[in-house]
Ligand binder design. Structure first.
Ligand SMILES: Nc1nc2c(ncn2[C@@H]2O[C@H](COP(=O)(O)OP(=O)(O)OP(=O)(O)O)[C@@H](O)[C@H]2O)c(=O)[nH]1
Ligand SMILES: [Mg+2]
Length: 421
């Protein structure tokens, strides 16, 4: 073998003989290929699918908003201006509903002066309550506000320069009527009538009457809390993507917010890693909007039964949010009797005045926890554990902590079962 001037004789001496060199080359190629596959696998980490379930108004969309607040705060902030319109609509609908009796008085007075039957036929909508604001998840409703969203930075310090005229006029009109709305809400007779009818508007979805002045101010921009409290009924199923961290790896999470309709959720049951089921505890004295014969709490328990007994969901992580604890607490404190609606509750005290948060959970709500647990035990196709949290999902701080532990649990459980990686 001749050694040229450019070849280092030492490295030549250290090289393996030709056959071994071939083998090493092949082994390096295999290692390279394996590495490529491993990296591709890492990039191709399966998405985590999380389904939000529960009856209408249970708090699914509010939980989703909390998820956005924690995991994509920039997008949450960018949508602030869109929520202002929802808050304003919430105020108007609540007031309109409270003023409905006046509309009937108007009809009856006018009827005395003119032909009542004719008048009634000419009334376009004689339904007893104003329709709830709803959004079809197939429609990107926030796009309608995109100009506002683009100009949101202007709105923090003053009126938006490029705000569409009709939107500006609506805000100015609301601002001009603010004083009358405040007077109406604070009127002692209105308060007395509401009290005598045991009507607690403050527990209703989208309640902002306590903040009329603030939310009708010309410079109003919704706070995080306002957005969590704003009510917009979801129609259909909406899909939301998040990039979370599972250890060092980014992980795609898809959260499905399922509006009221139950049958539409079935196709999403397949390949779902986790379900957060929201059961509002405060609805013990309410009935379903769509069927006044059905108690809301009973309906919630029935839906839970259907979900835990589904064979498709036997491997899905179940997380139960016993929600609206804040309203339950306020309702009981106002004298509403739990035992009148939940007979098994018996004669246990209904008074919260002297109860600490801890006692509260140890007495009443814990009974509901047992009830849901017993159903899961009886109806699950196979023995399973599930996680329960007492929640008030309008409280962003506590919900952020709970969602953090839900995320860790789901990642841990699915890694354990090797479903995700
Ligand atoms: N006080 C209080 N209000 C809550 C709580 N959870 C939800 N809400 C309010 O209840 C209303 C209904 O909540 P949503 O999240 O819209 O309910 P949903 O389950 O998405 O309802 P659909 O879209 O009709 O299926 C909203 O105005 C929320 O702000 C809670 O824990 N406490
Ligand atoms: Mg919703």
């Amino acid at each position: 073998m001749t050694v040229g001037p450019d070849i280092d004789p030492l490295s030549l001496a250290l090289q393996p003989p030709p056959r071994e060199r071939e083998a090493k080359k092949r082994s390096d190629l295999i290692d390279e290929e394996l590495n490529r596959e491993r990296n591709a696998e890492k990039r191709n980490v399966k998405s985590v699918k999380l389904l939000l379930l529960g009856q209408s108004e249970s708090g699914k969309s509010t939980t989703l908003k909390n998820f956005q607040l924690v995991n994509s705060p920039k997008a949450f902030t960018a949508e602030r201006a869109s929520w202002r319109a929802v808050v304003h609509l919430n105020i108007l609908l609540t007031l309109k509903m409270r003023l409905l009796p006046l509309q009937q008085v108007e009809m009856s007075l006018l009827g005395k002066l003119t032909n009542y039957a004719k008048l009634k036929n000419e009334t376009p909508d004689d339904s007893p309550t104003p329709a709830e604001v709803s959004v079809n998840s197939a429609t990107p409703w926030k796009n309608a506000f995109s100009r506002l969203i683009n100009n949101v930075h202007n709105s923090i310090d003053g009126p938006e320069v490029n705000e569409p005229q009709d939107s500006r006029e609506a805000r100015q009109l609301l601002h001009a009527c603010s004083e009358y709305m405040v007077c109406l809400w604070n009127d002692p007779i209105v308060k007395q009538v509401l009290k005598s009818q045991r009507l607690r508007l403050e527990d209703m979805a989208g309640f902002f009457l306590d903040s009329i002045e603030r939310v009708t101010a010309l410079s109003y921009n919704p706070t995080d809390d306002d957005i969590l409290r704003a009510r917009l009924k979801t129609l259909g199923v909406s899909e939301h993507h998040f990039s979370l961290k599972a250890g060092d790896l980014p992980q795609n999470w898809i959260v499905y917010d399922v509006g009221g309709a139950r049958s539409s959720v079935v196709p999403y049951f397949d390949q779902v890693q986790a379900i957060i089921y929201l059961a509002p505890l405060s609805c013990f004295d309410q009935v379903l909007a769509e069927d006044e014969k059905v108690n809301r709490l009973e309906d919630s328990i029935l839906l839970w039964k259907i979900i835990v007994s589904s064979p498709l969901l036997k491997d899905t992580n179940l997380i139960l949010f016993l929600n609206k604890c804040d309203i339950l607490k306020a309702k009981l404190a106002s004298g509403q009797k739990f035992r009148h609606y939940v007979t098994s509750y018996g004669d246990r005290p209904n008074n919260f005045e002297n109860c600490s948060q801890c006692k509260f959970y140890n007495s009443r709500a814990i009974d509901m926890k047992k009830k849901f647990a017993a159903i899961a035990k009886q109806y699950s196709p196979e023995p399973r554990s599930f996680y329960t949290y007492f929640t008030s999902v309008i409280d962003s701080q506590s919900t952020a902590d709970i969602l953090g532990s839900v995320r860790d649990t789901v990642i841990r459980q699915n890694l354990g079962r090797n479903q995700l990686l």
